[in-house]
Design a protein around this ligand. Structure first.
Ligand code: NDP
Length: 434
């Protein structure tokens, strides 16, 4: 903390991992001696840069760009780019740190990194977003490469932004290096099922957790927070598996539709028209929009927080437990505060931390890299089958690892952190002090 003052989200993420490491380090004193934790907490490289660009009125704007290449023991740095006004170094470091363990947990050859900018794409024209992306890549390109560092999307960065970023990378380097970015549209190097992967994966993870108690998703009431990429495809998969999502949200408020969220309308509002979630309620009489309170006040059996960090607080967890929630799977990164996680633990609610529950996105990005490397394109079904298998494996690994370190198999927090750590620590030890 003394070394990185003010990086509160990074400290929060690191504390969760350090806490889970107690039984692991007791069993592995060699990792204490090799200072693996100290080395893990220090990024291999942090890049901060100026992003100057010109808006539609001809005014010069200046943003700050970030890329934190946190750990490359298992493969090229891999992790998304976030464009949001709240982005700062502490946020990028928390996300990059989480990414190390998540990526290790997928079993694939990818290291951990994250990046972004404090740019707000809301209300910006396509031309402004393009100019911003071009300016951002004009600095970042020198740090990237399919064997070096491979960014993807995150909040505020979807297919449109990835397209503009890729175009600028190609122009500067004069290389059609498909594998340098993932989350590309399917027509030119993207993978089927990548857009859907994080949301689908979180629902698969919830399904696996429920199955351990002989339960399933059929007919269950579900609440999803957010209405961006992860949220929309979580809704889609819940409905496909027979559950009913009755509420979702954005930063302006939340929406309840007891008929079940109409996916076509949701996609039209958020993906095509890029409007606020209230536009859904304007278009559908059975829905009501609320600008006050929390989406987690809506009674449900399954909660999928899919918006942003620390959105689900202690009082939200208390409300969910009071309303009989059975399982919570984090589609977003660290959406539940530590106090909220404690409430779920005390109430024996099944809780899937983001490192495990949202690992489907990065796992499918790694599948996209495989397709790019072999100049191949797999079908949607083949890719989704692999995603489902990876989520089953991640879930099983969390449970067996938790048990191996003396905890209950339901301790997915311990299981995910320990399993991810062990894979990275082994590679770091074998590679020497570098
Ligand atoms: P999007 O930008 O597509 O959507 C983000 C959603 O969250 C929007 O509905 C947005 O509302 C809401 N939101 C963002 N910030 C806030 C805030 N401060 N308060 C309330 N609501 C907010 O992003 P993604 O769906 O891609 O990402 C969502 C989460 O999932 C993030 O935590 C991300 O790190 C994580 N994640 C994403 C992966 C991916 O593949 N995309 C992979 C793994 C994790 P509004 O539009 O009003 O801002």
């Amino acid at each position: 903390c003394r070394r990185d003052p003010g990086e509160v989200e990074f400290h929060q993420a690191a504390q969760e991992v350090l806490h889970a490491m107690v039984p692991v380090l007791r069993a592995h004193p060699e990792y204490v001696e090799a200072r693996i934790l100290e080395r893990l907490c220090e990024p291999e490289r942090q890049i901060l840069f100026r992003v100057p660009w010109v808006d539609d009125r001809g005014t010069v704007r200046v943003n700050r760009g970030f890329r934190v290449e946190f750990n490359g023991a298992l493969g090229p740095y891999k992790g998304g780019l976030r464009f949001h006004p709240s982005v700062n170094l502490g946020i990028v470091k928390f996300l990059g740190f989480e990414q190390i363990f998540k990526n290790a947990l997928t079993g694939m050859a990818i290291g951990g990194g994250k990046g972004g900018a404090d740019f707000d794409p809301k209300g910006r024209s396509d031309a402004e977003v393009m100019r911003f992306c071009q300016a951002f890549m004009t600095e970042l390109y020198r740090h990237l490469g399919e064997h070096t560092d491979v960014p993807a999307g995150d909040i505020g960065v979807g297919g449109r932004e990835i397209g503009y970023l890729f175009g600028q990378y190609k122009r500067i380097t004069n290389r059609y290096e498909s594998g340098v970015l993932t989350g590309k549209p399917v027509g030119w190097g993207g993978s089927h099922a990548r857009t859907e992967a994080t949301g689908y994966g979180a629902v698969y993870f919830a399904q696996e957790m429920l199955a351990t108690r002989g339960l399933d998703l059929g007919e269950r009431r579900v609440v999803v927070s957010g209405s961006g990429n992860v949220a929309v495809y979580a809704v889609e998969k819940v409905h496909a598996l027979g559950g009913r999502v009755v509420a979702c949200s954005d930063s302006s408020g939340y929406l309840v539709d007891e008929d079940g969220i109409d996916l076509g309308l949701l996609k039209d509002v958020k993906e095509v028209r890029r409007e606020r979630i209230s536009a859904y309620a304007d278009a559908k009489p059975t829905a009501r929009f609320s600008a006050r309170g929390s989406v987690f006040d809506v009674p449900c059996e399954i909660a999928l927080p899919c918006a942003t960090q620390n959105e689900l607080r202690q009082q939200d967890a208390v409300a969910l437990v009071k309303n009989g929630v059975l399982a919570v799977a984090e589609g977003a990164n660290m959406p539940c505060t530590p106090e909220a996680v404690e409430v779920f633990r005390d109430a024996r609610v099944l809780f899937g931390p983001g490192k495990a529950a949202n690992a489907g996105g990065v796992a499918t990005s790694a599948l996209e890299m495989q397709q790019n490397a072999s100049r191949d394109s797999w079908t949607f079904e083949r890719t989704e089958d692999q995603l489902a298998a990876i989520m089953r494996q991640v879930h099983a690994q969390c449970r067996t690892t938790a048990e191996a370190y003396g905890a209950d198999a339901d301790d997915y927090v311990l299981g995910a952190n320990a399993a991810g750590f062990l894979r990275v620590a082994e590679a770091m030890t074998a590679q020497g002090v570098v």
